[in-house]
Ligand binder design. Structure first.
Ligand SMILES: [Zn+2]
Length: 246
């Protein structure tokens, strides 16, 4: 948890609470001048067709490059501060009553004329509007693959938010199923502090869309090969986001 610090001024912000930056970043910043610090020359397979690859010579370089993205969460800061306290903070328009998660600082209805919204604590419940099984992702998420990303409508809200779905066999997921919103043990004020799991007592509804036999077999095959691939790179001891059927 962030600890209280004396008031001070920094970049115009009257600081009342903070978590210190890891001081190692300062050292990395010094060396990270994008200069080449090493290289390797060797051969690797290349080609447009996976069954017709040819060995070719390549040069690879190491160029340290890192940055700190220091920015404000602006008017939606209470949502991120709420995450630190394991609370889901959304907004509500005092004119029309619409509730927003992800939060909006102003109402979306033209008739409300950009009415400023007010903050409300939302229930940790919702429904899975739709979802996608990920076998590939951006660099920070590769070690979590395979994963399921969902669009979740939080109870009482009109919008859907993007959130990881965990603790469920991906082949059993169904659109509109009830979910429970959970927090990671030590939230950092980031959208990935929260994820969803199926609501207690949930059972797949028969006759609702799910994969046919062939489709399900394909998903299971993809889950297994994806797990195998990233296990080779990151090791077997990693926090996978999707359950892979045996
Ligand atoms: Zn409104």
């Amino acid at each position: 948890m962030a600890k209280e610090v004396p008031k001070e001024k920094r970049f115009g912000l009257e600081v009342t609470k903070k978590k210190e930056m890891d001081p190692r970043w300062l050292e990395w910043g010094e060396v990270g001048r994008a200069e080449i610090v090493g290289y390797e020359i060797g051969t690797a397979e290349e080609g447009a067709n996976i069954d017709k690859l040819q060995k070719k010579k390549f040069m690879e370089i190491w160029r340290p490059f890192d940055f700190i993205y220091h920015h404000s969460y602006g008017m939606v800061s209470p949502f991120f501060e709420g995450l630190l306290d394991k609370k889901l903070m959304g907004t509500r328009c005092p004119k029309c009553g619409d509730r927003f998660m992800p939060p909006r600082a102003n109402c979306w209805r033209p008739s409300c004329k950009l009415q400023e919204t007010e903050w409300v604590e939302l229930p940790l419940r919702g429904t899975l509007h739709t979802f996608s099984i990920m076998y590939f992702a951006g660099t920070p998420f590769l070690r979590l693959l395979p994963a399921v990303i969902g669009y979740v409508r939080v109870e009482g809200c009109n919008m859907a938010m993007v959130i990881f779905v965990k603790e469920v066999d991906p082949t059993k997921l169904q659109c509109d199923m009830p979910v429970e919103i959970k927090f990671i043990d030590e939230p950092k004020g980031d959208p990935t502090d929260i994820y969803v799991v199926p609501a207690k007592g949930w059972k797949p509804v028969e006759d609702r869309f799910s994969w046919d036999e062939e489709g399900e077999a394909r998903v299971v095959r993809n889950l297994k090969s994806t797990k195998e691939h990233w296990d080779k790179i990151y090791g077997k001891d990693r926090p996978m986001m999707a359950e892979v059927p045996e």
